[in-house]
Design a protein around this ligand. Structure first.
Ligand code: FAD
Length: 567
């Protein structure tokens, strides 16, 4: 059914590289657009893709790399959100579950189902509530491809997860949601927009917003890497700037804050140190939940949720964030005695929540859209899970609200029908099995590398291997035992617009957070391969490595930070 619906959008093909960016920077200056999007997180990327697929002349500028804001710092889940069911936000849960199902079809290599286990400790009333809640969750999911929840006895829970605390344990429930690679989802959404004709430039910061004539907005921008300045013209401008929304609105003379950013922290352990077999949903002392997520060789844990007033560009993991997560972990896994020294890496991000009173965890994860008469639309809030629907809703309203400003006729949203770049493969588990065997037999790559390539690039994994035809050494791992191969650094530059070493280490791959030694041993090789294509001289190469080393160091800020009360 889905295959029949799928029609390939108008493709602009070609590379998606620094050369594309150079051309696009000129086009931004020369052309007039129907819509210009500020922000290349998941929200902005989804809007650009949707707009380009509707036939709008679309531009997108992003001040850093794709997903370098919140969209690479999430818990990496595409989920209905059991927590929102407890808050009786039925509409959001239903929308999220329906988007979960759709995303499994649009990007099956990145959005993959995973069993979640929630141990129960409380009295029968709380257990009954949970069972009713999960029944509702299954019901709201409708005709889902994911299995329904199942109740587990105390013994079954301990069989599945022997490290869990056994006293106080009453039983548990097993249910299904999805995990995702959030950075790559954002990247392929942006690349899909490019393939449909959107003019996209990263490291391009919006520096002014103004109104020209009656029907055209002007956005001043600066090329963050090259220092060039320009002005782009568009009939409608959409601010999708996540936590930076209020900062951007100040350029538009709006001083009333729209957001209440809250900080969320994750910490990462070696899988051998914190061995779990499912995503475990753990209670915290303050009646929240945190997730313990197994992923390849590591287990990551999060998240915190605290009001935030610091720098938007440098969000750090503090000692109290770590203590909070460790306290919950050590209560539930009492034999492990986890300590800060066990932490392999960490990340911190800001939720761009709409301004609302009350406890941070209670603030709605819904989104808001504001329209201004001069053609500026602002979208903020929401979830990674609901990004496609947020874009659809925004553009449906833009087409009505700004009909007088837009030229031409545009089609309706059809983003739900077309797989994202690399996602055209139907059912993923059988695809993975067949292709892995092919790669292991035909290309002599180890199973871990084969699976890594297929899970990261989907159908496009062969494009990476094909680079080995010009130089067989490109098929070598970046370092012994590293699943990533040299060809990926080249592909990242030529086909995924990676412009810095960190773009590659942190967001095209996740060597920075999920590999032993934070990928430091491979940084030099990766910089060499990227530098050849990007024209880095030895000084620039060294600067890239040093800057990456600095970012790795910042992940351990909590080791030096004093404990102060959280805001
Ligand atoms: P961002 O990703 O922050 O994108 C905004 C972009 O705008 C940035 O890249 C920024 O550089 C750019 N920008 C800002 N100013 C300018 C300018 N002047 N010029 C050009 N560009 C500019 N959701 C889920 O569904 N599942 C989860 O598991 C989940 N977990 C989460 C865990 C944490 C800790 C957090 C913080 C959030 C989580 N979320 C989750 C929510 C989800 O991650 C966010 O809702 C989503 O990523 C926000 O995307 P965005 O594009 O709106 O913002």
């Amino acid at each position: 059914m889905f295959d029949r619906l799928w029609r390939k959008p108008r493709s602009y093909g070609g590379s998606f590289s620094n050369r594309t960016r150079e051309i696009n920077l000129s086009r931004l200056q020369q052309e007039e657009f129907d819509i210009a999007v500020i922000g290349g997180g998941i929200t902005g990327a989804a809007i650009a893709r949707d707009a380009a697929m509707r036939g709008m002349r679309t531009a997108l500028i992003e001040k850093g790399d794709f997903g370098s804001g919140t969209s690479s710092k999430s818990s990496k889940m595409i989920h209905g959100g059991l927590r929102y069911l407890k808050q009786l936000d039925i509409r959001l849960v239903r929308e999220s579950l329906s988007e979960r199902e759709r995303l499994i079809r649009l990007a099956p290599h990145l959005v993959r189902p995973m069993a979640h286990l929630m141990p129960t400790h409380a009295g029968w009333m709380a257990r009954l509530e949970l069972r009713i809640g999960l029944g509702g969750y299954d019901l709201l999911a409708g005709e889902s491809s994911l299995r329904r929840h199942r109740n587990l006895s105390r013994e079954e829970v301990l069989d599945e997860e022997p490290l869990l605390r056994s006293d106080h344990l009453a039983g548990g429930v097993l249910y299904y949601d999805c995990l995702v690679d959030d950075s790559r989802l954002t990247l392929i959404t942006a690349k899909s927009a490019h393939q449909c004709g959107a003019v996209i430039s990263t490291y391009t910061k919006a520096t002014s917003l103004s109104k020209e004539e009656v029907d055209t907005c002007r956005v001043g921008y600066r090329d963050v890497l090259g220092g060039r300045q320009g002005v782009l013209r568009a009939r409608v401008v959409v601010a999708a700037a996540g936590p930076w929304t209020d900062e951007l609105l100040r350029l538009h003379d709006h001083s009333e804050p729209m957001l209440r950013p809250t900080k969320g922290v994750h910490i990462v352990f070696d899988r051998g140190r914190l061995r779990v077999n499912h995503v475990i949903v753990l209670p915290t002392e303050d009646k929240r939940i945190i997730f313990v997520v197994p992923r390849d060789q590591v287990t990551y844990v999060g998240t915190t949720d605290t009001d935030y007033q610091g720098s938007l560009d440098e969000v750090l993991v503090e000692a109290e964030d770590v203590h909070y997560l460790l306290a919950a972990l050590n209560w539930s896994f009492p034999t492990l005695l986890l300590a800060p020294a066990d932490i392999l890496s960490s990340w911190a991000g800001l939720r761009p929540l709409l301004r609302e009173q009350g406890d941070p965890s209670g603030v709605s994860r819904d989104y808001g859209i504001t329209f201004y008469d001069d053609g500026l639309a602002v979208i903020a809030g929401g979830k990674l899970t609901t990004h496609r629907n947020m874009a659809r809703s925004l553009l449906d309203q833009v087409m009505k609200r700004y009909a007088h400003r837009l030229s031409g006729t545009f089609r309706e949203c059809w983003t739900g029908e077309v797989p994202l770049v690399g996602g055209e493969m139907g059912e993923f588990p059988s695809y993975l099995r067949a292709q892995s065997l092919g790669l292991m037999g035909g290309w002599d790559v180890p199973r871990r590398t084969a699976e890594h390539l297929i899970k990261s690039y989907g159908r496009n994994h062969m494009d990476i291997l094909a680079l080995g035809r010009s130089d067989p050494s490109f098929l070598e791992p970046l370092a012994p035992a590293c699943p990533a191969i040299k060809a990926e650094a080249i592909y990242a530059v030529e086909e995924e617009m990676a412009l810095t070493l960190e773009d590659f280490m942190s967001r095209r791959t996740d060597l920075m957070h999920f590999e032993a030694d934070r990928g430091l041993p491979v940084a030099k090789t990766a910089a060499k391969l990227m530098g050849r294509l990007l024209g880095w001289n030895p000084d620039e190469r060294e600067r890239q490595i040093e800057s990456y080393r600095h970012s790795v160091g910042r992940m351990f800020h909590f080791r030096g930070s004093s404990s102060r009360p959280s805001t």
